[in-house]
Design a protein around this ligand. Sequence first.
Ligand SMILES: [Zn+2]
Length: 306
Amino acid sequence: MIPFTGNPLDRASARRSDAEFLRACMMDAASLVLPMWRLQPFLLGPETASTPLELGLLRPGLAEALAAPDAPCIFLGLEGERAMFALDISAARDPAREGPLAGLGHFRDARAAAMMLPDRDVAIMGEAKALIDWHERHGFCPKCGAHTVIADGGWKRVCPVCKAEHFPRTDPVAIMLATHGDACLVGRGRHFPPGMFSALAGFIEPGETIEDAVRRELMEEAGVVAAAVTYYATQPWPFPSSLMIGCFAEVESRELTLDKTEIVEAVWLERDEVRVLLNGGQSKGVWLPPRIAIAHHLIKAWAERD
Ligand SMILES: [Zn+2]
């Protein structure tokens, strides 16, 4: 499974606007609350634990005192009859060491946590991270500048002055593996660590289709012309709010003209080389993205084809 996909919760979107229902869920001892502190999820157990980690889902009433009165409390959805919430407790000074959560667990960077949690927890945590991050950056109305207020269990913000409604956004990103015959193209972005190469990617712009964006990005970044573009899979990527749309693109030639402001190096890898790399071997000093990234799955799916 691609991390951040396979969210097991029923979003129960029809019940988000039912404030009475949400209040009852928050009073129900069977409900679960995930505290998020400064965009980091709460994880059970000590920071030094080497065993697989578990998301710190708590009974209602434990963490609420740590949240500011207007802090986002997000209704993530239902698992069976059980409601699940995420609560922003960023106002707390050091909640892993003092207060009601002390000794129960720790907070960890969301990306690092995603590499250590079970897939189910990664998907739930990703939903929580994307939403709380959105609230943090959308406190003011983009239309009139007034303070907005949270509504519908965290799935909306409303401007009390001009009445505009604002919804959590998802930004589509095309990520494409260019292929030519039995080789695929991987590039090293300017901010990548040395040796790391990945599929090329870029934001889809207004007025563009996914295929248009794939063709434009390949031309801009690598100077290659894409013939056929095919869809592979998508991945929610909550850093802060992307939807990665994975594609394959068969290109017309292997000749590259790199845009060095974006891609500092690029290399064609033969399928056999990619298989060696995915099995932990070495080739051309390249290392491919880890399992957490959709690029890993895109490259693997192509490498495993006959
Ligand atoms: Zn407004």
